[in-house]
Design a protein around this ligand. Structure first.
Ligand code: PHE
Length: 473
């Protein structure tokens, strides 16, 4: 008798788990930084436009592929293509990409955990010193946090989809929403916060150019966890009573709302710190914003709420981002994990241990890429700059491959698996799908405009990252 595949226990559980994957560092930090630099509400509008016209159809296609095949991305591509080698490449890409993204995301999640503990134990003033981050990332104590986090994630994954992932999302996601709202409400009461709100909500259309449009699309794609095989994998655990289109829309709404509120939290906090902040000086990197800039801002709150109050605020913020990162990390690791289980028929425990063993060496290589080991710090040179091992993982998997994977999903679903089969799967558990606007839109765009745009973004990114040339604007 074949063992029944696990399933999410409820619609809410599935939505929260998928939203848990989507809501991550990208929403809480990446989005506010990009919005601040690129026209505030004008960026938000472009972003929301892409969520609806490009990302949602891709999301539905990924979930449908997963639910139909009941497999991980590698299995999904190879089972529908009769094992054709070309499509296997798509499957492998959709497997290796999440694995490598998980590797670098683990480093960031470890840092978030360490910063949370730092703030809780009264070290905010130290963390706000300009040289702190540089010292912190070369300190071997970071490995202690790495071990703690790895074991924690191993336990969650080992508990299974329903008891591990779904339960985690059901606990952490509502907590995260409440924390985000409370922190935002608090920041809005600070002096000068309204300057930030105005800056954020009054659209500056003049900032919108080809580059900003491309950043908005990349941000939306990443933020919804597309092209990482996650939604194919999660789709495989979705019951046939659920509406995929309805679920995808809800997940996109939650994800975009969280990004919106994160902007409403971070920008006013920055302006409360310095009402004449020049936002063009904000670093593009979310990493430097979270770990070097924000501790300084949090510390400055001590003039209003005292050192303890500022530390409580900083602890709550780091815990919030840590929770978001943890639920994303668990979702992305579930992809290779389910491949071990489906393809190699490993038990769950064995899969978790093997995955951990494969990942840990690469995570260590990334962790020491910040000065601890020279070989990994100056690993190679391209695009006009010296690159560390960590940089390569980000450039290749995070920036470049995601739109390519999105392109492959669209072409595969529409031309290989075929439009009619995709339609049939989307109509399962969804009486309203047949004849709906969503159906018409998917059928009209998923095989044409959407893959074309994703292919262009991919080609453009390759030129920017590896040859230092931009093809657009
Ligand atoms: N959507 C996530 C974010 O915004 C992206 C992600 C998902 C990253 C899963 C890693 C793992 O951060």
């Amino acid at each position: 008798m074949t063992k029944q595949r696990e399933e999410f226990g409820s619609r809410l559980g599935f939505i929260l788990a998928a939203a848990g994957s989507a809501v991550g560092i990208g929403n809480l930090v990446g989005f506010p930084v990009n919005a601040a630099k690129s026209g505030g509400a004008a960026f938000l509008l472009v972003y929301a436009f892409f969520v609806v016209v490009i990302c949602l159809p891709v999301m539905m296609a990924e979930m449908s592929l997963g639910r139909h095949t009941q497999r991980n991305p590698l299995g999904a591509y190879s089972s529908l293509s009769g094992g054709s080698a070309l499509w296997k490449i798509g499957g492998w890409l959709a497997l290796i990409t999440p694995f490598m993204i998980a590797v670098f995301y683990q480093v960031l999640t470890v840092w978030l955990l360490a910063y949370f503990i730092g703030a809780v134990t009264g070290n905010l003033a130290l963390m706000a010193e300009p040289t702190y981050f540089g010292t912190f990332i070369t300190d071997t104590r970071v490995f202690i946090y790495l071990i703690v986090l790895t074991v924690l994630i191993g336990f969650i994954l080992n508990s299974g989809v329903q008891k591990g992932i779904e339960r985690l999302a059901k606990t952490l996601m509502p907590t995260l929403f409440v924390m985000l709202l409370l922190l935002t409400a608090f920041v809005l009461t600070l002096p000068n916060a309204l300057i930030g709100v105005k800056y954020y909500l009054v659209p500056d259309i003049s900032k919108i150019n080809a580059e900003v449009v491309s950043i908005a699309l990349g941000q939306a794609f990443f933020s919804l966890s597309l092209g990482m095989g996650i939604l194919i994998t999660y789709g495989s655990y979705v019951s046939r009573q659920e509406s995929i289109a309805g679920g995808a829309k809800l997940v996109a709404l939650v994800d975009t709302s969280v990004a919106f509120f994160a902007g409403l939290l971070i920008l006013p906090a920055i302006f409360a710190f310095n009402p004449t902040t020049d936002t063009t000086e904000l670093s593009t990197s979310s990493v430097s914003l979270v770990f070097t800039f924000l501790p300084k801002i949090f510390l400055s709150l001590q003039s209003i709420v005292g050192y303890t109050g500022a530390s409580v605020f900083a602890s709550a913020f780091f815990l919030l981002v840590f929770f978001a990162a943890l639920t994303s990390q668990v979702s992305i690791l579930q992809v290779p994990l389910s491949a071990f289980q489906d393809e190699l028929k490993f038990s769950r425990v064995k899969s978790v241990v093997c995955l951990g063993a494969c990942a840990i060496l690469l995570v260590i290589a990334c962790t020491v890429s910040f000065g601890m080991v020279d070989y990994f710090t100056h690993f190679t040179y391209y695009g006009g700059a010296s690159k560390s091992f960590f940089d390569i993982v980000i450039d290749v998997f995070y920036d470049t491959i995601l739109p390519l994977n999105g392109f492959i999903v669209c072409v595969f679903a529409m031309y290989y698996w075929k439009k009619a089969n995709l339609n049939t799967e989307l109509a399962v558990g969804d009486k309203q799908f047949e004849g709906s606007f969503t159906q018409k839109y998917i059928n009209g765009s998923l095989g044409t405009v959407i893959p074309l745009v994703l292919l262009l973004v991919f080609i453009n990114t390759v030129f920017i990252k590896f040859f230092g040339l931009s093809l657009i604007g």
